[in-house]
Design a protein around this ligand. Structure first.
Ligand code: G3P
Ligand code: CA
Length: 245
């Protein structure tokens, strides 16, 4: 009984000592072309402590930062990212003269100033992402605390955790599945990342009682952000990182 009380208290202290996080979704993509260096720079200038981005492995093996599996929506290219080499991707126009960045270019831009949430979007990204993080920690004085890794693919989250257990991870849900806590546990994850419409106070309290932090995507207005904050959410992904400025 005493041990249980200590566990509950320590979880509460950990949860409540963490600040509410405003996370720059694809950078500051309400203002700048998503997932570009310009967008990440803008989010950092707005004062965020964390940015989010989406990663694929292209045909020549590099990790590239783009949301869709295909190029058409966000660039002037055609076809699947995974079918094309870095040489054919790197000159494409991603808006306002920006290009698709390598994940390493985003890391170099951020240069340890904030946390990067890398979403494993493409297939087989967990190993190269783990390798890149280990390399930046070993050779460039980064900390594992500078990273969070997440995915809708919960097997990829668990696989990543096995390769890089030092980094905190999150499983992304499109809704609130019954048994979500089992999924978080099986993926060995720390966070649940949920579509905001499906979140309730009951769900958030339940997650907190289990030591799971909850983040909502994609929250683009201040009233909604405040409502979720009042429900007890730990942070939001937003296209407008200056929401509270
Ligand atoms: O991780 C939150 C959010 O980025 C997930 O959705 O489609 O924007 O990658 P999406
Ligand atoms: Ca994403």
């Amino acid at each position: 009984m005493k041990n249980l009380l200590i566990l509950v208290l320590s979880i509460s202290v950990q949860l409540f000592s963490q600040p509410f996080l405003v996370i720059g979704h694809r950078g500051a993509c309400g203002y700048e072309p998503e997932n570009t260096l310009r967008s990440f720079r803008r989010a950092i200038d707005m004062g965020v402590k964390m940015i989010e981005l989406d990663a694929f492995v292209c045909a020549s093996g590099e990790l590239v930062v783009i949301h869709d599996p295909t190029l058409e929506r966000t660039t002037n290219g055609i076809g699947y990212v995974e079918d094309l080499t870095w040489d054919s991707l790197k000159h494409l126009d991603a808006g306002k003269g920006e290009h698709i960045p390598l994940l390493s270019q985003v890391l170099d831009l951020v240069d340890k100033r904030i946390i990067i949430n890398i979403e494993l979007k493409g297939a087989h990204t967990e190993k190269p992402v783990a390798n890149l993080i280990h390399e930046y920690v070993k050779n460039k004085a980064w900390s594992y605390e500078n990273f969070v890794v997440s995915s809708f693919d919960h097997y990829a989250v668990r696989e990543f955790h096995e390769l890089c257990p030092q980094v905190k991870t999150g499983v992304i849900f499109e809704c609130n599945p019954i048994g979500y806590a089992d999924i978080v546990e099986k993926a060995q994850a720390n966070y649940a990342i949920n579509f905001y419409e499906s979140l309730t106070k009951e769900f958030i309290d339940d997650a907190h009682s289990r030591g799971i932090r909850i983040f909502a995507y994609t929250v683009n207005t201040k009233p909604l952000a405040i409502k979720l904050q009042q429900l007890g959410i730990d942070g939001i992904f937003t296209n407008y990182p200056d929401l509270f400025n």
